[in-house]
Design a protein around this ligand. Structure first.
Ligand SMILES: Nc1ncnc2c1ncn2[C@@H]1O[C@H](COP(=O)(O)OP(=O)(O)OP(=O)(O)O)[C@@H](O)[C@H]1O
Ligand SMILES: [Mg+2]
Length: 317
């Protein structure tokens, strides 16, 4: 699917090992001499479909966290191998369907994490670092990239002992991996990009609203964000034909997402509306239908699921 706006990554078949090895070199260069990096990079011919820059970002973010957890002392281990999953497996954060995978492991002997921290590490802006030391976006970025590559993450951690992150990426036949860049057209990951459709984004949490805007722009859409539902309603009323779809948070002061949706739906009944909710919230389906809500998606938003959701409502038929 062609897109009017350049997408964040270029996906094509690639050999993973050289990409990871280069990222490890970059990491090493950024670490002090007190921290050693031990690598076991097998899977020399293993191939996957992906964006090399994004894969390196995964290694950098995991490696940086590991180094910080170890106070820059000791041995950090980075391993790459291939594995076949015979039966679908439940991982710490998601499910792994049966299949052949490339597995990237980053293991540290640092502080480790307690259960409460482990449960929240992939949330955007979640950090245990002092103010000014971490944005809390490192792992949410990792999660987004892994999901966009149809991969999965497994995290094992023990307080005071250390942490291991294992990332699984679906493997493809090595023969299809190009050594040179830019010829991956036949092997593109089927992410559906936008055609510059205008998306009204409403979230009272301004950083989250901006994050959604960035994600939509990277997917080829034109986001227009508001952090107050009345302001969003005003903008919509002023020019109802301007917007192709609405993505709104539910819990907001002034006017909830469902209330806002009902008003937008009254003005334009053909408008697709997607409601974002946090975990554990239940909404009655009759209430959703009445407000013209086409679909409910869970926060935190993942780029791949947002891409699929929007494509379903904008590009079907
Ligand atoms: N290897 C690790 N060992 C122990 N805790 C970790 C590890 N990796 C992540 N964490 C925990 O997860 C939190 C979130 O990590 P994330 O990378 O998203 O943000 P951050 O490192 O705090 O900030 P930033 O990445 O923006 O510098 C960290 O603050 C830390 O509590
Ligand atoms: Mg980090």
């Amino acid at each position: 699917m062609p897109s009017a706006v350049a997408a964040s990554g270029s996906n094509h078949a690639l050999r993973v090992q050289p990409v990871i090895a280069e990222a490890v070199d970059l990491l090493r260069a950024s670490f002090p001499a007190t921290l050693a990096v031990e690598t076991h990079l097998a899977a020399a011919d293993a191939a996957m479909t992906g964006d090399p820059t994004e894969l390196q970002q995964v290694v950098m973010n995991l490696g940086t966290n590991a180094a910080q957890a170890m106070n820059s002392r000791g041995v950090l281990e980075i391993a790459l191998d291939m594995t076949e999953i015979v039966e679908a497996q439940a991982l710490s954060h998601g499910n792994l369907p049966a299949g052949r995978y490339i597995r990237l492991a980053v293991r540290d002997t640092g502080s480790g994490m307690d259960q409460a921290t482990l449960e929240r590490i992939f949330e955007p802006f979640f950090t245990t670092k002092p103010a000014g030391h971490g944005t809390g976006l490192g792992l949410s970025t990792v999660h987004g990239i892994v999901a966009a590559h149809r991969g999965a993450v497994d995290v094992k951690s023990q307080l005071g002992q250390g942490t291991t992150f294992e990332i699984y990426f679906p493997q493809i036949e090595p023969a299809s991996a190009q050594a040179d860049e830019g010829e991956g057209e036949a092997t593109e990951v089927p992410v559906e990009y936008g055609n510059a459709e205008t998306i009204l984004v409403v979230d009272d949490d301004t950083p989250l609203m901006q994050l959604a805007e960035e994600m939509l722009a990277a997917l080829g859409y034109e986001p227009v964000g508001f952090n107050r539902s009345p302001a969003a309603l005003n903008a919509f009323s002023a020019d109802p034909g301007r917007f192709d779809l609405v993505l709104t948070d539910e819990v907001m002061p002034d006017m909830t997402g469902v209330e806002l949706s009902g008003k937008l739906h009254e003005i334009r009944s053909d408008l697709p509306i997607v409601l974002m909710t946090g975990y554990g919230r239940t909404l009655r389906s009759r209430q959703l239908t009445a407000a013209g809500i086409s679909e409910v998606i869970k926060k935190p938003l993942l780029s791949a699921s947002v891409a699929q959701c929007l494509a379903r409502h904008l590009h079907s038929s």
